[in-house]
Design a protein around this ligand. Structure first.
Ligand code: SF4
Length: 213
């Protein structure tokens, strides 16, 4: 079967054009996995939205790494300049929720079923928080990574948005050289760039690769 791939960057641009025409600046709850990934997304979307960065990442292992990424995120927000206000909100470190969704999928390679459940866990929590907080949209920085499946992320985002009754802002932030720009911004702001995705399994897989070298 020939599955048609949607260009989510183009879809996002249509929404941004419409907001410009209507002279609207909606409130966006932006899930962020880390400061480096959020850097370009903040530079881009803060021209169009009033953003709250939502750090909800119970997948991150160990806890010291979770805290390190959280602090780096706060520092970046305080150092960048924005057209519209950007604030920060930390979620809970619900480690047991991640352990639950990852159970039985520990040995699946990065990019597989465990990751799809990991996207869903974080997006569902973001959608619920956005609805309760009266936001107009929610989305995530995750599509900036070449390691993340943007088609799947957007499918999950839309489904979760329908479930919670809040529009998901589609995206593929790696397009338009977004990933490259995030590396440049990471250099400019001297950001800590981790070398594994986040969970214990991605951490161990990175360690194993190091040992093979
Ligand atoms: S590799 Fe990354 S996306 Fe996949 S389950 Fe681990 S933390 Fe989540």
């Amino acid at each position: 079967m020939n599955v048609q791939r949607i260009n989510y960057q183009k879809e996002l641009e249509k929404i941004l054009d419409r907001l410009e025409r209507e002279k609207r600046v909606p409130k966006l709850l932006l899930h962020s996995c880390c400061a480096p990934c959020s850097s370009y997304v903040l530079e881009y979307l803060s021209e169009h939205f009033e953003i709250t960065v939502y750090y909800y990442n119970p997948n991150i292992y160990p806890e010291s790494e979770y805290t390190k990424r959280l602090l780096e995120q706060q520092t970046l927000i305080s150092e960048m300049s924005f057209k519209y206000p950007v604030s920060f909100l930390a979620g809970r470190y619900d480690k047991e929720k991640f352990d639950e969704i990852a159970a039985g999928l520990e040995h699946i390679r990065e990019g597989g079923e465990r990751c799809f459940k990991c996207y869903e866990l974080r997006l569902a929590q973001t959608a619920e928080t956005a609805r309760k907080g009266g936001f107009d949209y929610f989305t995530t920085t995750l599509s900036i990574s070449p390691m993340k499946n943007a088609q799947k992320l957007n499918e999950i985002g839309k489904e979760v948005g329908e479930r919670y009754g809040i529009p998901y802002l589609c995206s593929d932030f790696k397009k338009r050289n977004g990933y490259k720009r995030s590396i440049e911004l990471s250099g400019e702001y001297g950001l800590y760039r981790q070398d594994y995705c986040g969970c214990q399994f991605s951490y161990e897989s990175r360690k194993n690769k190091e040992n093979i070298k």
